[in-house]
Design a protein around this ligand. Structure first.
Ligand SMILES: C[S@@+](CC[C@H](N)C(=O)[O-])C[C@H]1O[C@@H](n2cnc3c(N)ncnc32)[C@H](O)[C@@H]1O
Length: 199
């Protein structure tokens, strides 16, 4: 699932994961500081970024798909909000040091090497007291076939996440089986991991 794959997917008409925010983010956005700078990682067509901008956050959205980011700008205009979009590969994107009040990643699935490096950069990029929110598919998702990567190495397990976030001051990691209805590609009973980690 490289940049070409995602550009082709997002070139299809409509919003592939819907235009509404992810349920977990919508329910837990209150854990973010009341205001401030939020970075959405691997944010595709921008449904979560636009939701956070509508709550009043100063939102930046990074993804390597320019066709996804174009749709982010269209969705933001429709909602009368502004989102800063950055077209970059997370493999070497500089998240800056202690720059963000919050970060969000919904269904960002990469190689183990990129995950390890990204989680380290997320920790250093957050301000002290800043919070990272994430929902991703768990390895158990392979048996559901209702969305997400088809190879186990791109899926997450709880131990990996416990290790990645052990330096944070407060961490909650929950394994969940729930029904997801997000556009045409995420549909049905799904196994996910939900993370709320405060630096
Ligand atoms: C399943 S989509 C999720 C999009 C969005 N977060 C949402 O919930 O609607 C995965 C996203 O990860 C992005 N992505 C995958 N690998 C990436 C990388 N190495 N650098 C930047 N973006 C990446 C894709 O372009 C795509 O937008």
């Amino acid at each position: 699932m490289d940049k070409t794959f995602w550009n082709e997917r997002f070139a299809e008409p409509g919003y592939m994961y819907g235009n509404q925010p992810n349920d977990f983010l919508k329910e837990h956005a209150y854990v973010l500081k009341e205001s401030g700078k939020v970075l959405c990682l691997a944010e595709g067509e921008g449904r979560n970024a636009v939701f956070l901008a509508s709550l009043g956050y100063d939102v930046s959205s990074v993804d390597f798909s320019d066709s996804g980011l174009k749709k982010t700008q269209i969705l933001a205009t429709e909602h009368n909000v502004s989102v800063r979009t950055v077209c970059a590969d997370l493999i070497d994107y500089n998240l800056q040091q202690e720059a963000w009040d919050g970060m969000v990643m919904i269904f960002g699935h990469f190689s183990k090497e990129l995950r390890t490096s990204l989680f380290q950069r997320i920790e250093s990029g957050l301000k002290k007291g800043g919070t990272f929110l994430m929902e991703v598919y768990a390895k158990e998702q392979l048996s559901h076939g209702t969305g997400g990567p088809k190879s186990i190495e791109f899926l997450y397990d709880q131990l990996e996440l416990e290790e990645a976030f052990r330096g944070f001051s407060k961490v909650a990691i929950q394994a969940v089986t729930r029904e997801i209805k997000e556009g045409i590609y995420h549909h049905g009973i799904s196994s996910t991991l939900q993370v709320i980690a405060t630096k």
